[in-house]
Design a protein around this ligand. Structure first.
Ligand SMILES: NC(=O)c1ccc[n+]([C@@H]2O[C@H](COP(=O)([O-])OP(=O)(O)OC[C@H]3O[C@@H](n4cnc5c(N)ncnc54)[C@H](O)[C@@H]3O)[C@@H](O)[C@H]2O)c1
Ligand SMILES: N[C@@H](CCO)C(=O)O
Length: 814
């Protein structure tokens, strides 16, 4: 025999009942089946609501009863041929009249005992089992509905009755022995020895099915719901959750205790005790394998089977010097909680014995605190036990899997995945069975933790990065194009999934938690009317609280740079070509680096020097491998080099500056390049990376333009002043050219001093031949003393800079 159980969603409409019929029919030997059904989906709640109305003396309960009647009669009309309808309708009306009489009684006396409520709720399953059995018969199946009376016998603990297995098993065995039909059995309901109707509590229909399966020693128990088996995590919260094909009873119990609602743990106990295989199946996708729960599932490679969570948790902590070495404390503590019916979900105690913490349902927190304080009143007065601490708004996330046993590294991976994403762990528990590792975290981090852990343990092959990009100018727009063009390859070839979640310019922003389509993100931002500031953008990032979040700043804004601190502190990595932060005051630079290290995230700004050239990483490699940097020197400005290579008698300074801007080499304000400030920032950043504590003011700059070309003020004035000066400059430049020399803006750092200066470079010098907007950087070190290590190449421009930013993003994935 096989017992099938169909829950409320599977029998919520006539169409669904026909699906159930197909499933039953698809089984090889129908007479070897027993079918347990729940009430039509949502009906139990509807009955409860109607009862409460009646109890309150609200006569609108009558309208609700009419709706209940209509629903059942409509099902009969849809499922049963007209010829047979009248007798079935009459029977259903007869049952419903009884329901109405009881409701009327509740209405009149305005009283609803649990006993009466159980009786009222039983109508849901009584009606569904009768109508479904008739629908089966209608379709040629030899079905019969079981009269719930004298079937499952319970005590009189109404609402959550306990089963008398001796009488129940006898009844079930007798029923099955003398019956040739396909039995359709109402789940959830039972009867006392004296004939009063009871209900079996939450998950009651699963329980009915498991009791029957155990009593008749069925060869299988199939639980049919609306999901394709137990998933690796709750699919509503973890989009990438996948079904678990096989698992052990103990894994299923652990996962369901920890919130996987697909089966209610105590209900499977009878099946478990007889080792009856349980299959979880989807009525709406019967072809899906579902989950098979057995005593000895096929061994799987993965140490973790699933990740579960419980929300609305409070952590109650008792601590104090009087607890150390004192026996009986735990007994009194748990005794006090037990007497008040407080369910303890998780327990931790450090070996110092100084404190015990328990995770409990938040609704029990006040009661629990009072009872424990009452129990330890004297010790608290004596000051040897502290006031009981309660921390609310927490959640428990748990890794479950029997293969975790004796597998080193699981806890390490768990903690580092949570830590990297800024999720603080308030308490930890792991039994010696190593079947479950549980962590108490803030409720607001629950979804992030589930997704982080799911990615770490199930999708370790694929890493999803959530990007928040600010600035869609020269570099930002090109970065979007590059990511859009490369995302599919990164996913296929390198298991990196890039999701653009937020994009902003200085006026508006767009967000999409599922990912903004990359190929049209700039247009979407252009069409957006949602006003945005950097502060609202950051608020949204924090509110979304996504794992592996990266903030990419493609602006030149100090205001944007000022939010790095907040983001890094919340474990969000920062990638930027914006030099403001790394070249701002030393304290900020250091603080950001320290914060990133402390939070286990990255602050990457490789493109601050030499755009896409590997300058900062080369310097860091030299230092980390033990080399000593003696001198750094070179051409660091793409704009300035382009200028000195391009200005001629025919192309004056102002024309070439405009060209450098148009080519995307120059800073948004070209005076930053022309004044040498951009180069000063770069040499400063390199000096700092060597460990030097320098400020921008410490970099000596010899500007090559007169002060009036560099002062702040309207751009018109700047252009005018530049044009006024350009003939003078051209005369000097031509003179120098005649001498076989050229101008180069050189920056150098040596012996703790940094400088930027215009130099006259002779033909033949390595700096002379650096063409176009290229950069060249020479590192003279202990190991590269005779011949410096040289990095040379394109040092500015949208493509190379965006590529460098992109590389930093990928570095985080790796
Ligand atoms: N262009 C290069 O070759 C190069 C090379 C290395 C580094 N960088 C750096 O890259 C950054 C971007 O340079 P770019 O050439 O793309 O400049 P850009 O002026 O073309 O783009 C900057 C964008 O940021 C936007 N922006 C400014 N403030 C903002 C705010 N508060 N919120 C949102 N958006 C804001 C601007 O509207 C603009 O669209 C600069 O910091 C620059 O120093 C550029
Ligand atoms: N404006 C900068 C961009 C690269 O940092 C330059 O011209 O070098």
């Amino acid at each position: 025999m096989v017992v099938l159980k169909f829950g409320g969603s599977s029998v919520s409409s006539p169409e669904n009942i026909l699906k159930v019929l197909d499933i039953v029919r698809s089984h090889a030997s129908i007479k070897q089946l027993a079918v347990v059904v729940s009430a039509f989906g949502g009906l139990t709640d509807h009955l409860l609501h109607t009862s409460r109305l009646a109890e309150r003396g609200d006569d609108s309960f009558k309208q609700e009863l009419i709706k209940i009647e209509d629903r059942h009669l409509a099902a009969i009309k849809d499922l049963i041929h007209a010829k047979r309808q009248s007798s079935i309708v009459a029977n259903v009306k007869f049952i419903l009249n009884e329901l109405e009489d009881i409701m009327q009684g509740v209405f009149l006396v305005k009283e609803l005992s649990q006993k009466t409520l159980d009786f009222i709720l039983s109508f849901g399953e009584r009606l569904s089992s009768y109508i479904i059995a008739e629908a089966f018969k209608e379709n040629g199946l030899p079905a019969a509905a079981v009269d719930y009376r004298n079937f499952i016998i319970t005590d009189n603990n109404f609402g959550n009755a306990r089963v008398n297995f001796e009488l129940t098993n006898q009844n079930i065995q007798n029923y099955f022995a003398g019956n040739e039909n396909l039995l359709v059995i109402p789940g959830f309901v039972g009867t006392t020895k004296h004939g009063a109707t009871t209900t079996l509590g939450r998950g009651g229909s699963d329980y009915t099915a498991a009791i029957i399966a155990a009593a008749i020693e069925a060869s299988g128990l199939e639980i049919w719901t609306d999901v394709s088996g137990m998933m690796t995590a709750d699919p509503r919260r973890v989009k990438n959750a996948i079904p678990i094909e096989e698992m052990s009873y103990e894994e299923a119990l652990e996962l369901s205790y920890f919130g996987a609602k697909i089966i209610y743990p105590p209900t499977i106990q009878p099946a478990l005790s007889r080792r009856i295989p349980i299959r979880l199946k989807n009525t709406f996708a019967p072809e899906a394998f579902g989950t098979l729960i057995t005593h000895s599932p096929r061994p799987s490679e993965a140490p973790v089977k699933g990740i579960s969570s419980i929300e609305q948790i409070s952590l109650l902590t008792i601590s104090g010097s009087g607890m150390v070495g004192a026996s009986g404390i735990a007994m009194r503590f748990f005794g006090a909680l037990g007497r008040k019916g407080v369910n303890v979900i998780l327990i931790t105690q450090a070996s110092s014995e100084h404190s015990i913490s328990v995770g409990i349902n938040q609704k029990d927190a006040t009661r629990a605190q009072q009872t424990v304080e009452e129990e330890f009143r004297l010790e608290m007065q004596a000051g040897i036990v502290d006031k009981v601490q309660i921390e609310n708004n927490l959640a428990i996330v748990a890794l479950v899997g029997s293969n975790m046993r004796n597998t080193p590294g699981i806890a390490g991976k768990l903690f580092s995945a949570l830590g990297r994403n800024g999720i603080n762990i308030s308490a930890i528990a792991q039994g010696t069975s190593e079947l479950n590792i549980s962590c108490v975290i803030q409720k607001k981090d629950e979804e992030k933790a589930l997704n982080t852990l799911h990615e770490s343990f199930f999708l370790s092959e694929t890493k999803t990065l959530h990007l928040f990009v600010v600035g869609t100018g020269t570099v930002g727009a090109t970065l979007m194009d590059q990511i859009s063009g490369q995302a599919a390859n990164l996913y296929k070839g390198h298991n990196i999934a890039l999701k653009l979640i937020g994009l902003s310019n200085s006026k508006t922003a767009i967000f999409n938690e599922a990912g903004i389509p990359l190929d049209s993100c700039k247009e979407a931002l252009g069409n957006s009317t949602q006003p945005s500031t950097i502060d609202t953008f950051v608020d949204k990032i924090l509110e979304l609280n996504l794992p592996n979040a990266i903030f990419v700043d493609c602006t030149a804004s100090a205001e944007v740079a000022s939010v790095y601190n907040t983001l890094l502190d919340k474990s969000i990595s920062v990638v930027t070509p914006n030099k403001i932060a790394a070249s701002g005051n030393y304290h900020t630079y250091k603080e950001l680096k320290t914060l990133a290290a402390k939070r286990g995230v990255k602050f990457l700004f490789e493109t601050n020097v030499g755009a896409g050239l590997p300058i900062i990483s080369t310097l860091n490699d030299l230092i980390r491998s033990g080399d000593t940097v003696l001198k750094i020197e070179g051409i660091f400005s793409g704009t300035m080099n382009y200028l000195f290579n391009t200005v001629s008698a025919d192309k004056k300074l102002s024309t070439v500056v405009q060209e450098a801007m148009d080519l995307g080499y120059a800073e948004p304000d070209p005076r930053i390049d022309l004044s040498g400030k951009d180069v000063a920032r770069k040499i400063l950043i390199l000096a700092r990376e060597t460990g030097e504590n320098l400020e921008l003011e410490d970099v000596a700059i010899k500007p090559f333009l007169p002060a009036n070309c560099l002062q702040d003020g309207p751009m018109d004035e700047f252009w005018q002043n530049l044009r006024d000066y350009e003939n003078t400059f051209e005369a000097q430049r031509a003179e120098l050219e005649n001498q076989g020399k050229g101008y180069r803006l050189i920056a150098a750092w040596e012996e703790g001093k940094a400088r930027v200066e215009l130099r006259e470079i002779e033909k033949g010098h390595p700096f002379y031949s650096v063409s176009g907007s290229d950069n060249i950087i020479l590192f003279t070190t202990e190991r590269y003393k005779v011949q410096p290590l040289i990095v040379k190449g394109s040092g500015a421009g949208a493509e190379v800079t965006a590529a460098g930013v992109f590389a930093d993003i990928i570095r985080i994935a790796n």
